[in-house]
Design a protein around this ligand. Sequence first.
Ligand code: ASP
Length: 343
Amino acid sequence: MKHITILTTGGTIAMTHTDAAGGAVPLLTGADFSSALPRDLAEIRAEEFSNLPSAHFTMDHLWNLSRRVAALVARDDVDGVVVTHGTDVLDESAYLCDIAIDTRKPIVFTGAMRAASDPGYEGIANLIAALQTAASDDARDCGALVVFNDEIHAARDVTKTHTTALETFLSPEFGAIGRVYANAPCHFERSEKSGGQSEISRSARNDTNGVVIARKPTRREFIPATRLEPNVTLLKLAVGMSDGLLEYLVDVVGARGVVLETLGGGRVPPWWLPTIERAVKNGVAIVITSRVGAGRTLDRYGYAGAHRDLVQAGCWFADGLNGQKARIKLMAALGTDNAGKYF
Ligand code: ASP
């Protein structure tokens, strides 16, 4: 049997309503999760990292979580790690583990949209699917994964797309890489007991473990960061918007990096260009992504503020990452001695 560690961090998967709080708060522990799991999935060890809503995470929290996951997967007696996590920033945390941990072992993030006190709580189903994935040989060499709603997604591609829907985690550009057929590994055998009664026993088939990885992620990258650069901001552009915030970040805050969620395939209003050029000249890393939500920033336009002007200004490009993940990547890259190598 595989040895899987569940690292709990909080989130709705660990939440239940209390009258004192007047709403759902994180209370469930690893022991609560373990007691709800089938015994034949894996040899499971639960460890609490935190019990917080993910909106309370700091960058230190995120970095330390990735270091704890790195330490766990480095151990011979750990075959894979499942991280239970709040869904609000789950894609950022999973992506950080994807780029900052060099391992062949599965690292699988999961959570829940409904609290344990809500009707239809899906936390245990998601956790079982995540454990099945972490115990699967097919999930090795895939980088960090996100398992939700029986779908397996690459951390690089996945994002939260809906505020309340159970099928919120999607990979808008390329789709899921696999699926967990939750009932597939189990089959029921009927046998006649000596007293003539029939007995149904449940056993696990370990051949596929119910996990099908249809395609392995090919765009994997490892950034050997020793820290995350904290002074990196994400700005989203909108029609007619002033570049004042960028000016403020460059001139007053002394930003080390700014990620711009630009328009369409990588375009900015022309009045942003002088500030972008000045930022790059002053050593501020400007990373371009799109506010659209899927696709790379590339175009063939010849007008001011189009993609080629951003190339000429010396911007870096996020290669299809969404804004929040481009920020994580830039923070990690600036935590090495050669950030430009990764863009
Ligand atoms: N509030 C939750 C969080 O910690 C949302 C969730 O987990 O679904 O991110």
